[in-house]
Structures are given as C-alpha cells and as structure tokens.
Unconditional design. Structure first.
Length: 217
C-alpha cells in the first residue's frame, strides 16, 4: 500500500488484505499502540514504521549465506530482502571453482569467500544472521563455524537437525515438511468423514500390498 502511494487505510481494507476479520486485526494492532483513528483508519507510513520497529527492522540486518549452489544463488538474488530489512553482506562456499567468483546481490556484487574466512566476514560486516544452504553432511560444521564466529541466529535450509547451544536461535526451513502438511490437509478434504484406510480397517493390509506392488512396479 505504501509503494502504491496509499496514505491512509481502514481496518476493513487491511483485514481483507490479510485474510482475517477486522476485529481480529484491530485487536492485534492494539498491542502496538493506539495508532488508528476512528472514521479515518491508519496512517500507512506511520503504521509501517511501528510494525517494523516492533520486529526490529528499522535498521538493516546483515546476512551471511553459506552455500552458493542453486538454492543459495536463488536466495541472494531475491530483491525482497532489502525492503524487509535484511542485507546480504557475505557469501561463503568451499568449492574451489566458486571461491573468488563475484555474485550479483541486489544492486552490488560480492566476492565468494572460503569457509575459513567466515569469522572475518562476520566481523567485517557486523553480520547477525547466518543462512545455511549446503548439503546436509556439512551443515553442522557450518553451524559450528557460525556459532564460533559469534552469530546467534541461523536459518537452516539443509535437511538435517542442527545441534547448537541453547543461546542460538535456529529456524529450519524444510520444503518437504511443508508439502507433508499440505498433503495432510488435502487428504482431509478428500476424506472429510474419516474414510481414510487405517490399521483398524479390514482393507488396511490390502492397501499396504497395493502400495508395495506399485512401488515395485
């Protein structure tokens, strides 16, 4: 709305954009303070600032990405980070063909540096967030390097559970898990009355046999 030049917006319009009721939206925003005006709505620029302040996004956070494969390159090329308060300030990879190359990040280029330079990159850029987009077998080592370098917040795209100290915040992004969640809800829609075959159903063993035959085929 701000980018479109909208000056004020009603709670009803905001609620519709968020997919919630206006009552719920007003209640949630009330935790930030009394920023709405009855009959007028919310000042878009001011409300945007207050939400950013609560989220700690009024100043850009430096992000270091480790792993410049397909996923890593796709992430660093995403231009939405800057508008959300994040700046990619460092790129790390261990492959000799990638180290030293320059990668376009938003409006500038960054040189890919080797893993042993991770602490130096964190110190030089004052980075606070690390992103892991490496294969699973090296993700723990990368996490250990982040922790040793003083990074307390990590986003992990690798399909593995990381072991870190309690003081470290880790957010795991697993697309397979998200697909499983969708599959569960899709199954519920297809079988709204609980007609899915279960171990208690007489057809359970037949279903297992059919699945095995399908897999073998």
């Amino acid at each position: 709305m701000a980018e479109a030049g909208t000056v004020t917006v009603s709670s009803e319009e905001l609620a519709a954009a968020c997919g919630v009721t206006s009552a719920k939206l007003r209640k949630d925003l009330s935790y930030l303070g009394s920023y709405g005006t009855r009959g007028v709505g919310y000042d878009v620029a001011f409300l945007t600032y207050q939400i950013a302040r609560e989220l700690g996004l009024t100043n850009p956070w430096g992000v270091v990405v480790v792993g410049l494969g397909n996923l890593g390159r796709a992430l660093v090329s995403y231009r939405g980070f800057a508008t959300r308060g994040f700046t990619v300030v460092g790129l790390i990879d261990s492959h000799p063909d990638i180290v030293g190359t320059r990668v376009q990040v938003a409006d500038r280029e960054l040189s890919v540096r080797p893993p042993e330079e991770l602490p130096k990159v964190v110190t030089e850029t004052d980075a606070h967030i690390g992103v892991i987009t490496t294969p699973a077998e090296v993700a723990q080592d990368v996490a250990d390097r982040f922790v040793a370098a003083g990074v307390h917040s990590i986003v992990n795209f690798a399909p593995v559970v990381l072991s870190v100290p309690d003081s470290i915040e880790v957010r795991k992004v697993d697309l397979a898990v998200e697909l499983q969640v969708l599959a569960f809800h899709e199954q519920r829609r297809r079988h709204p009355h609980g007609s899915v075959v279960t171990p208690l159903d007489g057809g359970y063993q037949d279903a297992v046999n059919d699945s095995a035959e399908a897999m073998n085929a």
